[in-house]
Write a protein that binds this ligand. Structure first.
Ligand SMILES: Cc1cc2nc3c(=O)[nH]c(=O)nc-3n(C[C@H](O)[C@H](O)[C@H](O)COP(=O)(O)OP(=O)(O)OC[C@H]3O[C@@H](n4cnc5c(N)ncnc54)[C@H](O)[C@@H]3O)c2cc1C
Length: 127
């Protein structure tokens, strides 16, 4: 099976890496933080939430609730992690951002199919 290279371990890259790795693909995941920070991120954690710590409503009659249900059906890896660190008492999925990012980071670092490479990509890696 060919190796998949993913550049950037924000929310999108982390979700893609865990999803593909759980399907048996070998993934190389490149992330430049904390060696090189962005203007928005503040930590070296993967899947850092740069803004609100709320994933908004869980109600199925709301757009954000429906989106989350669709993500579940599609096998999202980050959503169950977010739910495991939910701090909201109401109808919203609101997480402790540090615990969420630590959880995602640990899942990625420990995954046998993911090679995590802490480097900035300046030239697109060859296949
Ligand atoms: C101030 C601010 C407020 C925001 N508010 C909201 C909001 O309320 N709701 C919302 O949904 N979205 C908001 N966003 C957008 C938010 O950034 C995205 O929702 C989310 O972070 C996107 O995730 P991502 O994985 O696509 O990108 P990012 O989280 O940006 O992840 C990209 C990753 O790639 C890494 N990277 C980049 N270039 C390289 C390279 N060359 N080599 C190696 N690694 C690299 C970065 O370090 C980073 O970790 C906000 C953004 C900002 C800046």
């Amino acid at each position: 099976m060919p190796e998949i290279k993913i550049i950037g371990a924000g929310l999108a890259g982390s979700e893609a890496a865990l999803y593909l790795a759980d399907k048996g693909w070998k993934v190389q995941l490149y992330e430049m933080r904390p060696k090189k920070m962005t203007p928005a991120h503040q930590t070296g954690y993967l899947a850092e939430l740069v803004c609100s710590n709320s994933f908004k409503s869980t109600l199925l009659d709301s757009p954000s609730g429906l989106l989350k249900e669709e993500l579940h059906l599609l096998g999202s890896k980050l959503l169950p992690i977010a739910e495991s660190c939910n701090i909201s008492a109401g109808h919203s999925l609101t997480v402790d951002r540090k615990i969420f990012a630590e959880y995602v980071t640990n899942n990625i670092i420990q995954h046998p199919n993911i090679e995590f490479i802490n480097e900035e990509i300046t030239i697109f890696p060859q296949a």
